[in-house]
Ligand binder design. Structure first.
Ligand code: 5GP
Ligand code: ZN
Length: 113
């Protein structure tokens, strides 16, 4: 299996890293859509949100969200930010290893495109 984000998590591919621990890593998006735009991903390969299992429920899923919140605050997004997880083609997913986008430091509109 050749997965771009597994390669980043393994250190085989460089990324502009923000945070790492045993469960998750966070790095800046290569094509930022806002002044702050980073991704939080599990080290574990999970292709889409449909593949999230019960064992990932509280610990991993919660840790991804908590990491997003903490880093958003560290990067000056106290006034507001957005988290997005795209699922499958119709949801706009292009990399099939789940990731939480965190966008901030500009006004974000609703509904999204
Ligand atoms: P998706 O469309 O799957 O929700 O989001 C994938 C995100 O990964 C996109 O925002 C894209 O810019 C980002 N991305 C794709 N390839 C790379 C890469 O090699 N490095 C980094 N840092 N981000 C990437
Ligand atoms: Zn992967």
């Amino acid at each position: 299996m050749d997965c771009l984000f597994c390669r980043i998590a393994n250190g085989d591919l460089a990324a502009n890293m923000l945070y790492e621990d045993e469960q998750v890593i966070a790095f800046h998006d290569i094509a930022p859509q806002a002044p702050v735009h980073f991704l939080v991903i599990p080290r574990k390969h999970i292709a889409t949100l449909h593949d999230l299992s019960e064992e990932d429920d509280k610990l991993l899923a919660g840790h991804i969200l908590f990491t997003a919140q903490r880093l958003a605050e560290q990067l000056g997004c106290e006034e507001g930010f957005r988290v997005v997880m795209n699922c499958n083609d119709l949801g706009g997913q292009t990399v099939y290893h789940i990731h939480m986008h965190v966008l901030g430091q500009r006004r974000l509109h609703w509904p999204p495109g």
